[in-house]
Design a protein around this ligand. Structure first.
Ligand code: NAP
Ligand code: F7E
Length: 322
């Protein structure tokens, strides 16, 4: 039975990756940080099938202990301060966790067992003010937020440990991926939840920022398979994972409101509070390397994804009201 450690197991991707690896027969170890309230909503249905261990990307010894104790075959580093706007309010914390935390975990792997395979959750935010369209593995980075800058550091330290110490360490450059488990502050979930609340008569407006920015949105459940495939490849390499299709936030609003027979223009209010100091205007992946070398393909398209999220929020809220 292979063993995998997932940092960030309580997050959106961690929960889908844990389900995926359990189904593949892995012993899954989930690292969680200590908190005064339980943060296991996304993994409570699989809690009996995984081992939960406390640790923190701030704390080197907790990471060394973890790797020493479980001698994993694979480590998936998904933990991060992942919300872009927060990275302007907490730039130092974002750097500590999202950038330096990766070095701490790589050090733990290198010191304890350099045979361990390592996956780093890199991001399309590294492309930022894009240098070419669409973006592939060779597109230069131009990050536009402290989060993006931290992820560029994390990407290069992963590449550097691969080249310096011959680690099987790879960086998956994933474009935006969403699901009914997405945090409420991210725009897809903010919209699906807002639409459901409006449809159920709980509110009559949805306040958003920039409606013109464009993203390549896919389904998180599809993307975790790409992470695993990268670690099964014969050679450690970095890959872009995305759909190759882009939509604006406005398109997203239109689709989500239409799904419940409403017109977004009657409810969406643009609010400067949600504008960013520097925006990423356009992201669109060129995932052809992953298609060819990993045989990876997204299964769920944009329309189905957004409808799935709206339906899930309608169901959840209807149960709460009951
Ligand atoms: P998420 O839902 O925000 O989850 C982040 C996870 O990191 C949570 O489990 C969180 O724990 C944990 N965490 C935060 N600080 C930590 C610390 N100091 N020590 C240990 N754990 C810590 O993020 P996600 O959407 O699943 O994304 C997973 C990873 O992929 C992140 O690294 C993100 O930056 C990256 N990424 C995401 C996307 C995307 O579109 N989703 C795209 C590209 C890259 P708590 O539950 O305790 O907060
Ligand atoms: O914003 C615009 C906003 O916060 C998407 C993270 O997972 O993906 C995510 O980062 C766009 C931006 O995601 C609102 O200005 C408009 O242009 O959903 P988001 P993100 O910043 O793209 C990348 C790949 C990651 O790696 C990150 O970890 O939507 N937008 N109005 C809004 N965004 C939010 N959050 N809220 C609004 O009201």
């Amino acid at each position: 039975m292979p063993t995998a450690i997932i940092t960030g197991i309580t997050g959106q991707d961690g929960s889908y990756l844990a389900e995926f690896l359990i189904a593949k027969g892995y012993h899954v170890i989930g690292m969680v940080r200590r908190s005064s309230t339980i943060t296991f909503q996304r993994i409570k249905h699989i809690q009996d099938d995984i081992t939960i261990i406390q640790g923190d990307l701030h704390d080197q010894s907790s990471l060394v202990d973890l790797v020493e104790r479980y001698q994993p075959d694979e480590v998936y580093n998904l933990a991060a301060q992942s919300f872009v706007p927060t990275s302007w309010n907490q730039p130092v914390l974002t750097g500590e966790v999202t950038a330096l935390g990766v070095t701490r975990l790589l050090e733990a792997v290198r010191l304890v067992n350099p045979e361990t395979k390592f996956y780093q959750a890199s991001s399309s935010e590294m492309f930022g003010k894009v240098r070419e369209v669409p973006q592939n593995e060779n597109t230069p980075f131009y990050p536009r937020s402290p989060y993006g800058v931290a992820k560029v550091y994390a990407h290069w330290i992963t590449v550097n440990y691969r080249e310096s110490y011959d680690l099987f360490a790879v960086s998956g450059i994933l474009f935006n991926h969403e699901s009914p488990r997405r945090g409420l502050e991210f725009v897809t979930r903010k919209i699906s939840y807002g639409v459901a609340r409006i449809k159920l008569g709980l509110t009559n407006e949805l306040r958003l920022g920039n409606l013109e920015s464009r993203r390549d949105w896919g389904y998180a459940g599809d993307y975790v398979e790409g992470m695993w495939l990268m670690l099964q490849h014969s050679i450690p390499k970095d890959f872009v994972i995305g759909t190759g299709v882009t939509h604006s936030v406005r398109d997203l609003c239109e689709l989500a409101f239409n799904h419940v027979d409403l017109d977004y223009q009657d409810y969406v209010v643009q609010d400067p509070r949600f504008y960013r100091p520097a925006e990423v205007d356009l992201l669109i992946a060129d995932p052809s390397k992953a298609f060819q070398e990993l045989k990876w393909q997204p299964r769920i398209g944009f329309e189905d994804l957004i409808q799935m999220m709206v339906d899930a929020d309608l169901k959840r809220l209807a149960l709460e009201i009951d």
